[in-house]
Write a protein that binds this ligand. Structure first.
Ligand SMILES: [Zn+2]
Ligand SMILES: [Zn+2]
Length: 256
């Protein structure tokens, strides 16, 4: 299995995954044009994409849906709560393949296990994507880490985890107090420290790739996120075997 993070952060999220001839996207928070251009840079045509799986209804994960599903007829996968909120925000009806958090569904060679994450959206989920041999865990946009989320993410060969903010940078930022409270809340976003606690609990010997995702531009830095993640990998004896990556574009296509 391979993946490429086409976009990550509050200005848009989109992940490309492929294995055994099946190609999918998780989230489409950037324009159809950007998705198409970025896929082309890694040699993939939009017509080859078998499905678009949505984690939750926020626009940084859904903005590209109308054009991608309209003109390009990409099959859409989401929970009922996500589907209804996306439709009411877009004031438009879409064709959905609905799944439930806690259940698995398949697209070609890939199996998606969806699990509930605590976030201020309709019915938000994270995914573990498997091709029967390798497992890729995706968990961004959550305010805290319930035991069940950590349980799902154990045993992954690659992880895309949210390292949203440094708590001190957020508290000292110019953001309104309401926004700070939302981000720090139980349905907000993970701090570097929270993400590291999660990583410490789920990192196993099989982990080869760790991607630090959804970094806040204003309230985090790549050096801070990378520094604390690297410390956890060192403590877990994985510093020599797990590759640490952050979003940049053009980004590499990574092995799971
Ligand atoms: Zn987001
Ligand atoms: Zn969100």
């Amino acid at each position: 299995m391979k993946f490429c993070v086409l976009a990550s952060g509050s200005s848009g999220n989109c992940i490309y995954i492929e294995s055994k001839g099946t190609r999918v996207l998780v989230d489409a928070g950037i324009s159809r044009k950007s998705v198409q251009e970025r896929l082309a840079q890694i040699g993939v045509g939009l017509d080859a994409i078998a499905g678009l799986c949505i984690t939750h209804d926020h626009s940084d994960h859904t903005a590209g849906i109308p054009v991608l599903t309209g003109r390009h007829r990409l099959p859409l996968y989401a929970t009922y709560g996500t589907s209804t909120t996306v439709e009411s925000n877009a004031k438009k009806h879409f064709e959905w393949n609905l799944f439930e958090a806690g259940c698995a569904f398949g697209i070609g060679a890939l199996t998606f296990e969806a699990f509930t994450v605590p976030h201020d959206a309709g019915d938000p989920v994270g995914f573990v994507v498997s091709d029967g041999e390798r497992r890729l865990g995706i968990a961004t946009d959550m305010g805290e880490v319930p035991d069940m989320v950590a349980h799902h993410l154990k045993g992954c060969h690659a992880l895309i985890l949210e390292f949203n903010h440094d708590r001190d940078l957020l508290l000292n930022s110019s953001r309104p107090w309401m926004v700070k409270q939302r981000i720090l809340g139980r349905r907000g976003h993970l701090s570097n420290v929270q993400a590291c606690d999660l990583l410490r609990c789920i990192a196993g010997d099989q982990l080869r790739t760790l991607f630090l995702a959804h970094l806040s531009e204003e309230c985090n830095t790549p050096a801070l996120a990378r520094g604390c993640a690297a410390e956890v990998l060192r403590d877990c004896g994985l510093a020599g075997t797990t590759q640490l990556c952050l979003h940049q574009w053009p980004g590499p296509v990574l092995d799971v």
